[in-house]
Design a protein around this ligand. Structure first.
Ligand code: NDP
Length: 245
């Protein structure tokens, strides 16, 4: 799955929503999915970044994407239900949901963790995923084969000093994915997790400002795995937590 070949029709006809599609790994995934023939729904909080991705997809001659500006910090059940209705109305189904958006928050000693900062990270990294996935189930159930992919981290498998709420949110993401995978086993919906590992993005730069970013893998390096889990070739894969590296 790490060498999965990507062609311009690997994801033809698929409707895939990518959260945090304006930057980093999500941006690369959106561009790659579109290049593989998917119609991509670009969700994020900074409209100018989403528009830049939209323009790039159009310039490459790939299927016209949709833009959904949404801040996961403040989004409510009504926003997510509206999103589901729009997707069903415009596209008839949702084949893929890549939960990629993430908030690093503040890295600090445990005793200095700020309550508001804790709440923000848990809201964006866990609660928003729960609410969005639940609200989008009607659209996902209209797909013959739907794939939900969550994004974890090394600190979502083993806690690390100073990574407080972010690490806890990634453990919760792994848990949510396991619960869902077990519940939907044998259905048309499969649920898996990707841990990208150290990757050259602005989030990584904020966490490790002193390191040489040129030595890191790029988002593009992970795309065979990201495409594989959205393709029909992974139909039988459910409940896996996969390291991209
Ligand atoms: P980036 O910070 O580069 O990109 C994150 C994206 O999420 C941005 O587009 C950002 O929007 C969006 N986002 C953040 N908060 C919100 C919000 N409240 N509402 C909507 N969108 C939001 O991060 P990466 O690409 O590095 O990370 C992608 C995923 O991979 C994350 O889940 C991260 O935890 C995970 N990960 C990354 C690793 C790495 O080394 N890079 C390692 C392990 C896991 P905006 O551009 O507007 O800020």
């Amino acid at each position: 799955m790490h060498n999965y070949p990507i062609t311009d029709s690997t994801l033809a006809g698929k409707i895939i929503l990518v959260t945090g599609a304006g930057d980093g790994i999500g941006r690369e995934a959106a561009l790659t999915y579109a290049g593989a023939g998917a119609t991509v729904i670009l969700l994020g909080r900074t409209v100018s970044k989403l528009e830049a991705v939209y323009d790039e997809i159009i310039a490459a001659g790939n299927p016209e994407p949709a833009i959904v500006p949404l801040d996961l910090k403040g989004a409510t059940k009504t926003h997510y239900q509206g999103l589901n209705a729009t997707i069903v109305d415009q596209f008839g189904k949702l084949d893929g949901l890549l939960h990629n958006a993430g908030l690093l928050g503040v890295l600090s000693p445990f005793e200095h963790i700020d309550h508001d900062s804790w709440n923000d990270v848990i809201q964006v990294n866990v609660t928003a995923q729960f609410m969005m996935t639940q609200a989008l189930l009607p659209a996902l159930k209209k797909s013959a084969s739907a794939s939900i992919v969550f994004t974890s981290s090394g600190v979502g498998r083993k806690g690390r000093a100073f990574w407080g709420p972010y690490a806890v949110s990634k453990f919760a993401t792994e848990g949510l994915a396991q619960v869902m995978a077990d519940e939907y086993e044998g259905s048309s919906i499969r649920v898996n997790v990707i841990n990208p590992g150290a990757t050259r993005t602005s989030m990584r730069g904020r966490a490790y400002p002193g390191e040489d970013a040129q030595k890191l893998k790029t988002p593009a390096d992970h795309m065979p795995l990201y495409v594989y889990l959205m393709s029909d070739d992974s139909r039988a894969v459910n409940g896996e937590s996969v390291d991209a590296q």
